[in-house]
Design a binder for this molecule. Structure first.
Ligand code: K1U
Ligand code: ZN
Length: 185
């Protein structure tokens, strides 16, 4: 098991459409183990394989609170099959856009079909944080980031700060490039 490096914007690989998994074998299980280790170390509540540079449709998640036992979940080839009409707003973060949070509106409830680690086809109806996190992670498998849902003005500002950070080799924006609060713009 290993903690892998997480890609940070503007890394172009984050815009790739990931390929479906065709075999649930030893190397896929090793990838999933590394994704959990990387996600817990970050720390984060979800991770898509492309965030560690692997363009395969694999998502790990653990929505357990600090005082609760771990509740790891794996979604292979996840696909939204139904979206409810009601929408809700959640302040999202992203391990590939560190320390930037913004409110995003998405369907409150979704149905998602996927394969589990045994290759069994499953379908769940998700609400609340599970619905938000699944949509965020499935977006990653399609090269979509949560900043794509915010205003162009805010997105351009975020991209500018992270491009500057990448140039300087700091990975995330310097303190003087950040707003006093965690909101940029
Ligand atoms: O996909 C990712 O970049 C992970 C991301 C998932 C996510 C968070 C919020 C809404 C939608 C999707 C994160 O995990 S950001 C970090 C985070 O939310 C968190 C970290 C530690 C404790 C609690 C939350
Ligand atoms: Zn993310």
């Amino acid at each position: 098991m290993a903690v892998r490096d997480i890609l940070i914007i503007p890394d172009k690989r984050l815009r790739l459409k990931s390929e479906p998994v065709t075999a649930i074998d030893k190397s896929l299980r090793a990838l999933v183990d590394d994704m959990f280790e990387t996600m817990y170390a970050a720390p984060g509540i979800g991770l898509a394989a492309i965030q560690v540079g692997v363009p395969q449709r694999v998502v790990t998640m653990d929505l357990a609170k600090k005082d609760e036992p771990k509740a790891p979940q794996v979604f292979i080839n996840p696909e939204v099959t139904w979206k409810g009409d009601e929408r809700s707003v959640y302040e999202e973060g992203c391990l590939s856009i560190p320390e930037y949070y913004e409110e995003v509106e998405r369907p409150s409830a979704v149905r998602v079909k996927f394969l589990d680690l045994d290759g069994k086809a499953r379908e769940i109806e998700a609400t609340g944080l599970l619905a938000t996190c699944l949509q965020h992670e499935i977006d990653h498998t399609n090269g979509v980031l949560f900043i794509d849902y915010i205003s162009k003005l805010k997105r351009d500002m975020v991209m500018k700060k992270f491009k500057k950070a990448a140039k300087l080799g700091t990975g995330k924006p310097l303190a003087e490039d950040k707003e006093p609060s965690h909101h940029i713009g």
